[in-house]
Ligand binder design. Structure first.
Ligand SMILES: Nc1nc2c(ncn2[C@@H]2O[C@H](COP(=O)(O)OP(=O)(O)OP(=O)(O)O)[C@@H](O)[C@H]2O)c(=O)[nH]1
Length: 360
């Protein structure tokens, strides 16, 4: 090009201007995409939706090859909550800070990883088989504490390199962290609203709601549904003899034993004072009897510790009923289990009665 040629100069300037415009447009598009994502993050309604947004939609939207979410869960709170929230893909739950410290050290800033650097870190962030070539690792920080991390990976070596700016990613991480925290708080509240504070099993309100769903599912899909009523024997005497706090402690421990005896999908609730109700979907009479006996024997064998350091023993009675063929309402099943419990009490307590017949 002849530098003195004004036409050529204009052409060169035009090209420069065009490329600046293209870059500005690309930036604007990027900004719009981040903006839309942020708005959606702020508006999510459930933890499930939040995880899907971060792991599935971000990945598609930004043309990534992998997205991972790690969440710190030292008390196992999320571990307990997640089975009830079907998620694919699911976040990885961390029992301690170790893996986060390995990614971020003491820093709390976004890390961009380019090829040739920190291959071990890429393998840690995405799993050894993932073969990402560049990545952005976003720390999720709330109130100065690292609560997890979000990992975006690409098989394109040039996608993330150390010289790229991290302004958008930093902002996304900050908003994702707020959204995760508020969703966890909402989930805690939701669970508190359906859990009995003393025993940790579900409360009556939740049972009344879930039992109707379980009943209609069992009727529609024609599978067995077992119902157990469990009632601590002579509980009034425990209260009167040892005091109300000891009675509470017995209730709490029995609640724990019931929960430990059940599998995912079963439902346990505190029905009233010292009475628990358990629903066992897809469980036949023999299986339900086994569960009832397991709980009864566990309670019978347990030494309940008093605040003074002494121990006391307790027993419970169980009434068991199966969803009758052609049952018109859940109340029929509940009524049959209640009558079986009454029969167990009448026959001397510390036993399981199934539909009128003792099984222990
Ligand atoms: N400590 C404690 N006691 C409770 C709670 N809810 C109900 N109770 C007590 O549970 C006792 C239930 O007594 P009853 O219904 O007479 O039954 P029981 O003494 O267990 O006798 P049987 O069921 O016939 O074996 C009452 O004394 C209630 O006050 C609670 O949350 N904590």
């Amino acid at each position: 090009m002849n530098a003195a040629d004004p036409q050529a100069k204009i052409q060169a300037l035009r090209r420069q201007l065009q490329s600046l415009l293209d870059a500005a447009k690309a930036n604007e598009r990027k900004l719009d995409r981040f903006d839309a994502l942020e708005r959606r993050l702020i508006a999510v309604e459930s933890l499930e939706e939040l995880v899907k947004l971060l792991l599935v939609e971000c990945r598609a939207e930004f043309g990534l090859d992998a997205a991972e979410l790690w969440l710190l869960d030292p008390d196992g709170e999320l571990q307990r909550a997640l089975p009830g929230l079907p998620m694919a893909p699911a976040p990885q739950l961390l029992a301690h800070h170790g893996p986060l410290r390995a990614l971020f050290g003491t820093a709390r800033t976004t890390r961009l990883i380019a090829p040739g650097h920190d291959e071990a870190l890429l393998a840690a962030a995405f799993g050894a088989g993932a073969r990402m070539r560049s990545a952005a690792l976003l720390p999720l920080v709330r109130q100065g504490l690292l609560i997890g991390s979000l990992h975006f990976g690409s098989s394109d070596a040039g996608r993330y390199d150390a010289s790229s700016g991290t302004k958008f990613l930093d902002r996304l991480a900050a908003i994702a962290a707020i959204a995760i925290e508020s969703m966890l708080n909402r989930e805690r509240l939701r669970r508190a609203g359906m859990t009995d504070g003393l025993t940790g099993v579900h409360n009556r309100r939740y049972f009344d709601h879930r039992s109707l769903i379980e009943f209609s599912q069992a009727v529609r899909h024609r599978y067995p549904l077992a119902c157990l009523f469990l009632d601590i024997d002579h509980f009034k005497a425990i209260n009167d003899g040892h005091g109300h706090p000891v009675g509470d402690e017995v209730l709490r421990q029995v609640g724990g034993m019931i929960l430990r005896s059940l599998r995912t999908g079963d439902l346990a609730a505190r029905y009233g004072g010292e009475e628990f109700v358990v629903l066992l979907p897809r469980t036949d009479l023999a299986g339900a009897r086994e569960v009832a006996e397991r709980i009864r024997l566990m309670v019978q064998a347990a030494p309940f510790v008093t605040p003074e350091g002494g121990t006391l023993s307790a027993t419970l009675s169980a009434g068991l009923a199966m969803l009758p063929a052609g049952a018109a309402s859940f109340a029929e099943l509940l009524g049959a289990a209640d009558r079986a419990l009454y029969e167990a009490k009448r026959q001397g307590r510390n036993r399981t009665v199934a539909g009128g017949a003792p099984v222990s």
